[in-house]
Write a protein that binds this ligand. Structure first.
Ligand code: F6R
Length: 208
């Protein structure tokens, strides 16, 4: 494991973008594991800018996001599918059919988690998994005490996580209680993991 402490958040975001771009150059049909949240917004902004300025194509790339809120349909403005469409997928030449997030509105979320785990395996596993870090140390929505062997499943969000993420919801919206998340074991199976943490706490601001 390598830990890089860089001078500024900007430099760290640029380093992350350059590692993602290198993965795509080395393997144009790479399988990328993606994250959402405030930390990733400048990363996707820089990745889109690079793509538009002669950077690598997403044409043959496949993506799997870490997680999705249970109960939110893809079209819901606070769903992670909406976030990804807004900040990345809608701005690059990716084939939307190859972009995957768990369905938050699946009739049976447990089955959806199993389906998602199997879909990752069917694509040959993740070449690079991008990660942020929750206020309580979670990765994906694997709250503290999650098993290192855990696979994609339903997790109950802690009060701390729901409070932290309330900044992304309007006051009249209900913050979901459950999420479907890749497990720690699923994440650790990725050929490379890249975790970005920029600052002790992000300012309370809307991601979009
Ligand atoms: C997002 C995710 C979460 C976030 C974490 C940090 O898909 O899985 O683990 O990376 O909650 O979120 P921000 O960057 O909003 O502080």
């Amino acid at each position: 494991m390598k830990v890089l402490i860089l001078e500024t958040a900007d430099t760290a975001q640029e380093r992350v973008v350059s590692l993602i771009a290198q993965t795509m150059r080395d393997k144009p049909n790479a399988v990328l594991g993606l994250a959402t949240g405030g930390t990733m917004l400048p990363v996707y902004e820089k990745l889109v800018a690079l793509h538009k300025n002669g950077g690598p194509s997403f044409r043959d790339v496949t993506t799997f996001n870490l997680d999705e809120y249970v109960g939110l349909a893809p079209e819901h403005p606070q769903s992670y599918r909406s976030y990804m469409n807004d900040v990345l997928f809608g701005k690059v030449d990716i084939n939307l059919q190859r972009t995957h997030l768990p369905r938050g509105d699946a009739r049976n979320p447990e089955d959806e988690a199993l389906r998602y785990e199997a879909a990752i395996a069917q694509c040959g596993g993740l070449d690079l998994q991008l990660l942020g870090l929750g206020h309580n140390g979670h990765i994906g929505f694997n709250e503290p005490t999650s098993s290192l062997k855990s696979r994609t499943r339903i997790k109950t969000l802690t009060r701390e996580t729901r409070d932290a993420n309330s900044r992304y919801f309007r006051a009249d919206e209900t913050i979901p209680t459950f999420a479907i998340t890749m497990g720690v074991g699923t994440i650790l199976d990725a050929r490379h993991c890249l975790l970005l943490a920029t600052g002790a706490q992000r300012p309370m601001q809307s991601p979009r």
